[in-house]
Design a protein around this ligand. Structure first.
Ligand code: AMP
Ligand code: MG
Length: 484
């Protein structure tokens, strides 16, 4: 009956793979689940209808206490380079319910995060705390509204149980929706087992699911590498566009689909500094803002290594081919990045001085600690903070206006281009923290208001000044922690 009213349509292809790829396991039931938030808009795009399900039943569903029919719950195996070190990992606190089909055609993983221990848990408790799960909810939905590919958040429940971290925290489970959870680390796991049959299975599975256009290719492995590189490149360019710092770009946190995945210590940069790092454990700035492109390339090189046995029978030939492909990253990235920056500045066509113009702006922002988001807002006449009355900035603006005259287009078109590329509002760190602190005490008002504003980041909304202002600078640097 529930199935009929809600509209689940499960078809679980991953759980049919051999046991090397996963462990069959159910979520561990929780003591006293309570629904915190349900993403009704996302539910409706998934053709799901929870309107006839009462809150108690919703809590049962999204805690895993009551599992929909036709699911086949598993924990997925994967490995990963964490801060450069290779480790066998896997879903240590997540369970995949299955793949929900929308219109028989669009396939979405439905996963619980924080659902209990699995054979991949190592020392962990398999659980998650309320703050980090709501944080993932806020930031992933914000990234989605910024038109950047990402996993999404369908619901969060409190478990009614405590989790032990530095303090005792409220336990929670997030329901995550993804086009898949295939990671670079999934390939690393299978490659490490040195079973070529399984590696072929994984490549075919991935191509069927994400890149069917190369199904019939004679060079599937290298084609896959190219397509994933293209997607990852586009993703990181988008992050750079909005000032997003993922914070933990380990290879297990890089989705083959090109979606942003695993929101842990991520945060948005306020004043422009390419070395910005928020994560407390990233001591050497491996995942700093400006390091995101080279790290993407590094991760893709790890992906390429997994594919070597399938790229060519002759290992030397395969390595040469893969190396050439990966070395192309720089060109692809720079091209995409430059065009993205032209879009932000409303520049049409190409001029040989574009790169210099852009770099001059970055240098000015860095030297003057200008807010990244608001600087582009100023160029759209939306922000008139004192800092933009600075002479160097006015001179730069004049250069920019001169370049704009080469556009061969209208002011309206320039403005339209800028408005669709420069967010007016982002999840400001202090606003996120404020919302989470309130939510921890039981009130969702602030979080819901924040979510509503972040739904339209490119619109000039009324009365949102407090969401546009960076946190007042204090002695204490903003720090984030891994999603524990
Ligand atoms: P993450 O930092 O969230 O990408 O997680 C890295 C690895 O640690 C993954 O294999 C997770 O499943 C595992 N992990 C993280 N937190 C826990 C936990 N509380 N219990 C068990 N495993 C965990
Ligand atoms: Mg992870």
């Amino acid at each position: 009956l529930i199935k009929m009213t809600i509209g689940w349509h499960f078809d679980n292809t991953y759980s049919k793979l051999s046991n090397t790829f996963k462990e069959n396991i159910k979520p561990t039931p929780v003591h006293d689940p309570e629904l915190v938030i349900l993403n009704e808009e996302l539910a409706s795009t998934l053709n799901l209808d929870f309107s006839k399900t009462d809150k108690k039943k919703l809590a049962e569903i999204f805690s895993g206490n009551s599992i929909p029919e036709e699911t086949n719950t598993i924990a997925q195996a994967y490995a990963g380079h964490q801060f450069g070190h290779f480790t066998m990992l896997g879903d240590g606190r997540a369970v995949l319910l299955g793949e929900h089909l929308v219109n028989n055609d669009n396939r979405f993983d439905i996963q619980f995060k924080g659902s209990g221990r699995t054979s991949f848990s190592r020392g962990g408790d398999g659980r998650a705390a309320l703050g980090p799960m709501l944080r993932e909810y806020i930031i992933s939905e914000a990234i989605h509204s910024l038109n950047i590919p990402t996993t999404r958040s369908l619901a969060v429940v409190k478990t009614g149980e405590k989790v032990v971290r530095e303090n005792l925290l409220q336990g929670a489970i997030l329901t995550r929706v993804a086009s898949s959870h295939l990671r670079v680390g999934t390939f690393q796991y299978i490659a490490a087992t040195q079973n070529i049959e399984n590696l072929n299975t994984l490549v075919d599975y991935t191509i069927n699911r994400h890149y069917p256009e190369i199904k019939k290719s004679n060079s599937k492995a290298s084609d896959l590498l190219n397509l994933v590189m293209e997607k990852q490149c586009q993703l990181v360019v988008n992050w750079m566009r909005v000032g997003f710092i993922h914070g933990v770009m380990n290879t297990d946190n890089m989705a083959i689909s090109g979606e942003t995945i695993d929101y842990g210590p991520c945060a948005f940069m306020d004043h422009y500094d390419p070395k910005t790092v928020f994560s407390s454990i990233d001591k050497f700035g491996r995942y700093a803002f400006s390091n995101q492109p080279p790290i993407t390339k590094w991760n893709l090189a790890r992906f390429a290594e997994c594919l070597i046995p399938l790229i060519d029978k002759n290992e030397d030939t395969a390595i040469k081919l893969a190396t050439d492909l990966i070395d192309n990253f720089q060109n692809i990235y720079e091209d995409k990045w430059l065009n993205m920056m032209r879009d932000k500045l409303g520049l049409f066509g190409e001029d040989k001085n574009d790169k210099k113009l852009i770099n001059d702006l970055f240098n000015w922002m860095e030297k003057n600690k200008a807010d990244y988001t608001n600087t582009f807002c100023n160029l759209m006449d939306i922000n008139s903070d004192e800092i933009y009355k600075n002479n160097d900035f006015i001179n730069w603006k004049n250069e920019w206006k001169k370049r704009s005259e080469l556009n061969n287009s209208t002011k309206e078109k320039q403005s339209k281009l800028m408005k669709s590329n420069n967010p007016i509002v982002i999840p400001r760190n202090h606003k996120v923290e404020e919302a989470l602190a309130e939510a921890d005490k039981g009130s969702l008002d602030k979080m819901k208001k924040l979510l509503a504003i972040l739904k339209n980041p490119y619109d000039n909304q009324n009365n949102i000044e407090e969401y546009q202002t960076p946190a007042p600078s204090s002695n204490e640097k903003y720090q984030t922690f891994c999603g524990t």
